[in-house]
Design a protein around this ligand. Structure first.
Ligand SMILES: NC(=O)c1ccc[n+]([C@@H]2O[C@H](COP(=O)([O-])OP(=O)(O)OC[C@H]3O[C@@H](n4cnc5c(N)ncnc54)[C@H](OP(=O)(O)O)[C@@H]3O)[C@@H](O)[C@H]2O)c1
Length: 307
């Protein structure tokens, strides 16, 4: 099978022909319909995540996939060959950017009915992070307000839709074509972060999802109400600033969780939420897909298909 692999940190990913992996008890082999890229894949390739997710080389990149079960291992009772599934693999093992992937059953969920299997590959990490932040850490409720940075990014595009689906008011930051995209996803107000300072246009929000860090994070403390919540996914929040503004601030570290993913798929089907797709590319054109992810300019998910 073909797989996108690196032989060392900072090595250029190459598409190699490798043996189709074997499965063990409690695992299934998934024929990958599509995978999606995340900033995490770039950080893994650069070795930035070594302390959290140490890998063995050669390493097959990718955590997010959707596909069809090809074989089931022993002790697998809930799943059958042909089932359409979505999964988020453990980053240490990787393996999603390939024609076949081994998946532990605890990371498997049925694919949503309202989005195509290809687009469903874009769900796992981005939606999982947005969900974990909004509902498990901040406990966002109807009537509250949330500022979502990078509303046209992977995490932001799901955060806008999840927050709206529970009746929260959403303000998003974006630029260029991303402004209209964020509006169409349901943001009540979109601020062009390149030409306007969001920190003077927004006040007293309950929650900020900070996917950017740095100066964006520092200014985000000013827009929160006393007792509000800053949820950072890119850089750990400054505790002294949080204290000075009388807000809670947490770094959200996303972890693969099949039961969360199940709730997400249900929410996508029930509320007819979208997977925002930046582009679809073939695994054979992986270098371009990877470079685009690394640029930080993707507007939604980059979907990679093995054919
Ligand atoms: N801690 C965790 O477990 C975890 C999990 C998931 C993601 N993350 C991190 O969260 C961050 C976002 O992830 P992602 O998947 O959403 O990334 P992404 O999809 O690559 O985000 C790209 C988007 O960011 C926007 N952007 C860039 N600079 C901006 C700024 N200053 N203000 C507002 N928007 C800006 C871009 O818009 P323009 O085109 O307008 O520039 C683009 O649409 C990454 O750093 C990622 O590593 C962490």
């Amino acid at each position: 099978m073909k797989a996108a692999r690196i032989g060392d940190y900072n090595a250029t990913p190459v598409i190699e022909d490798v043996p189709t992996p074997d499965i063990g008890p409690g695992e299934v082999l998934v024929r990958v319909k599509a995978s999606s890229l995340n900033p995490l894949d770039v950080k893994m390739q650069r070795g930035f995540m070594h302390a959290y997710f140490p890998v063995i080389f050669p390493y097959t990149l990718g955590t997010d996939l959707a596909g069809t079960i090809e074989h089931t291992g022993s002790n697998v009772t809930r799943w059958r060959e042909g089932d359409e599934v979505v999964a988020r693999l453990d980053p240490t093992s990787g393996g999603a950017l390939a024609e076949f992937a081994v998946v532990k059953t605890e990371y498997l969920v049925r694919a949503p009915k309202t989005v195509s299997l290809e687009e469903a590959a874009g769900i796992s990490t981005a939606a999982g992070t947005a969900w974990q932040a909004l509902f498990e850490v901040a406990d966002l409720k109807r009537g509250q307000s949330v500022l979502v940075h990078a509303g046209a990014g992977g995490v932001g595009s799901f955060a806008i839709q999840f927050a709206r689906s529970v009746g929260a008011r959403v303000i998003a930051t974006a630029s260029g074509a991303g402004i209209e995209i964020a509006r169409r996803l349901g943001a009540d107000q979109v601020i062009d972060y390149r030409s306007e300072n969001f920190a003077v246009k927004v006040t007293d929000v309950d929650v900020v999802i900070d996917t950017i860090g740095g100066d964006t994070q520092q200014r985000s403390f000013n827009v929160l109400r006393s007792g509000g919540y800053l949820l950072a996914t890119s850089a750990p929040p400054d505790e002294a600033l949080a204290k000075a503004h009388n807000v809670a601030a947490t770094f959200v570290f996303h972890a693969s969780d099949g039961s969360r993913l199940e709730k997400i798929v249900e929410a996508i089907d029930t509320s007819v939420l979208k997977v925002l797709v930046d582009r679809k590319m073939s695994l054979l054109n992986f270098t371009n897909a990877f470079e685009h992810q690394a640029s930080g300019r993707a507007r939604g998910k980059i979907i990679v298909t093995p054919d």
